[in-house]
Write a protein that binds this ligand. Structure first.
Ligand SMILES: [Zn+2]
Length: 287
């Protein structure tokens, strides 16, 4: 029942974030999350009919209506059910991962719930960031600032519940990279590493490879993940981004000049370290 409830809450969050991402105009008329930017009843973008409550049930409405508007029969894009499903999966898979990762340290049920909630908020925020970066090619400053504030509260919470040692997602393997004794020092180094790396990338490519939005996102991510988790997240983002870029060029969807937005790949990089980082380093050091 708890997992089902989490999934349904996640679906509703996804439905909301999808609307926020679609209505956000880059902050020109109103900032992100303000009623002026996201207010108003939902309507069909094709015929303009205001949607009734039963047409707004996440995932279910789309399936029941077979992906079409009930009034004008216009197709409703895959984007809607897909965004809802992804956000729903975040709400279920994140606590599952936290439970298996932290179980060894056995910090107690309350801490597991608390840590899970932090990570759910972080991943839903990254999901919203990715949706906006894909659509507009920008990352709102408000989101980056929110991630930084969440990171500081997360560090305070971790220090109070599981102690000052850095809880790296890579488990005992993080010790090889040093700086694991104090999570505050660890996270400051993570933020500094991300800031210097992306600063150098922007300077080296004269802003053509990376944008300032990527730098402003990477710094709070460095603080949230700490050292060396941020190193692995950025490496995963570059590898997956490069593969996606090559596939896009081969498929004729992009030219060498037209850059893919990098924000979504940073989010995928964080997810890769969060879900598979420990398994990856364990496999690597075994061979
Ligand atoms: Zn319609």
């Amino acid at each position: 029942m708890i997992w089902l409830a989490l999934f349904v809450i996640g679906l509703a969050i996804g439905s909301f974030l999808n609307v926020v991402a679609l209505r956000y105009d880059g902050g020109e008329t109103a900032p992100l999350f303000s009623p002026r930017a996201i207010g108003g009843r939902s309507h069909c973008p094709h015929c303009g009919t205001t949607l009734r409550w039963f047409e707004l049930v996440p995932l279910a409405s789309w399936i029941v209506q077979r992906g079409r508007c009930r009034t004008c029969r216009a197709k409703i894009g895959w984007r809607y059910p897909l965004a809802e499903l992804l956000a729903g999966l975040i709400a279920v898979l994140v606590p599952l991962r936290v439970a298996t990762a932290v179980a060894a340290g056995a910090p107690g049920m309350a801490a597991l719930v608390g840590i899970s909630l932090f990570w759910i908020v972080i991943f839903e925020a990254l999901f919203l960031m990715a949706l906006i970066d894909i659509r507009l090619g920008i990352i709102p400053d408000g989101l980056n600032l929110s991630l930084a504030v969440i990171g500081i509260f997360f560090a305070i919470y971790l220090g109070g519940t599981i102690g000052l040692a850095n809880p790296s997602l890579l488990g005992p393997y993080a010790g090889m990279f040093g700086l694991q004794a104090n999570l505050w020092l660890n996270r400051l180094v993570g933020a500094l590493f991300a800031g210097v790396l992306f600063g150098l990338l922007i300077a080296g490519t004269r802003g053509k490879g990376m944008g300032m939005g990527d730098l402003k996102l990477a710094i709070p991510l460095g603080f949230l993940l700490g050292w060396p988790d941020i190193l692995f997240a950025v490496a995963a983002a570059f590898v997956i981004g490069a593969v996606a870029g090559i596939v896009a060029i081969l498929a004729g969807k992009r030219t060498m000049k037209g850059a893919l937005p990098f924000g979504p790949f940073l989010a995928i990089g964080v997810a890769t370290v969060f879900f598979f980082g420990y398994q990856f380093v364990r496999w690597y050091f075994r061979i």
